[in-house]
Design a protein around this ligand. Structure first.
Ligand code: SF4
Length: 235
């Protein structure tokens, strides 16, 4: 994979043009374009190794198994997710999987008993997700996410390319629905997250993720019983 091109974050006009050009393209075309524009060095895939993550991981591995993949290891994941991460790493031959972890001194100071999520989920997400990713992102120009329009009202207008301050987020699956995800997983015989058959249709940290009932939105099991719908990475 060529590293000759240095990825440049476009301005809003450039982002609008990209959305026009790629808005209805297949996700693989977006990823290939990105990889050919220096994305490998500057725009990693951030994966939760959750319910749908296998789709983008498969697509990126098909393009380049050494493409950087960041996993935000909050220290609060289900054992099943950590096991699944290891399984997919092996399955796809991913050679550049990196853990993004909270700062140990911050943890000692702000969450010494590991129970901050009980009193403030926002502060806990900040400590364990937002701040660690922001720290690592100093070295990058943006990142690839697995967000999709159908997931929440806040995501209903999601574009494939978007600016977030001086970073660019790339959402190749923005237009995909649950049927597209299921069809892709089936077509490529991809291994599913072991918690999905138990009703966990969107999977984050163990203390803040519940199975959903029939007919509920996939993300209804995230921070159930609270108004919180996002961890802070995408606000
Ligand atoms: S999802 Fe829950 S446990 Fe995970 S960082 Fe956020 S509040 Fe903490």
């Amino acid at each position: 994979m060529s590293e000759s091109k240095q990825f440049q974050v476009p301005d809003q006009t450039g982002v609008d043009s990209l959305n026009e050009a790629f808005g209805s393209e297949a996700p693989q075309a977006v990823l290939r374009w990105l990889a050919g524009r220096g994305g490998r060095a500057q725009v990693p895939l951030v994966s939760s190794f959750g319910a749908d993550s296998v789709v983008l991981l498969h697509m990126i591995a098909e393009i380049d198994p050494s493409y950087p993949v960041l996993f935000i290891d909050t220290g609060k994941h289900f054992y099943d997710t950590l096991h699944y991460r290891d399984q997919l790493k092996e399955h796809f031959g991913l050679t550049n999987l990196q853990a993004v972890t909270p700062d140990p001194d911050d943890l000692k100071e702000k969450d010494p008993r590991g129970a901050l999520w009980i009193t403030s989920q926002d502060a806990c997400c900040d400590l364990r997700k937002t701040v660690p990713l922001a720290r690592v992102m100093r070295n990058y120009s943006g990142w690839i996410t697995g967000r999709k329009r159908f997931q929440t009202n806040d995501r209903a207008d999601l574009n494939v390319f978007e600016l977030d301050g001086d970073k660019m987020k790339v959402n190749p699956l923005a237009s995909w629905g649950p049927k597209d995800v299921a069809a892709y997983i089936k077509a490529h015989s991809l291994p599913g997250h072991p918690l999905v058959p138990r009703g966990y249709l969107s999977i984050g940290c163990a203390p803040c993720t519940s199975p959903v009932e029939d007919g509920e939105d996939a993300r209804a099991g995230r921070w159930k019983g609270s108004d919180k719908t996002e961890c802070g990475l995408h606000i």
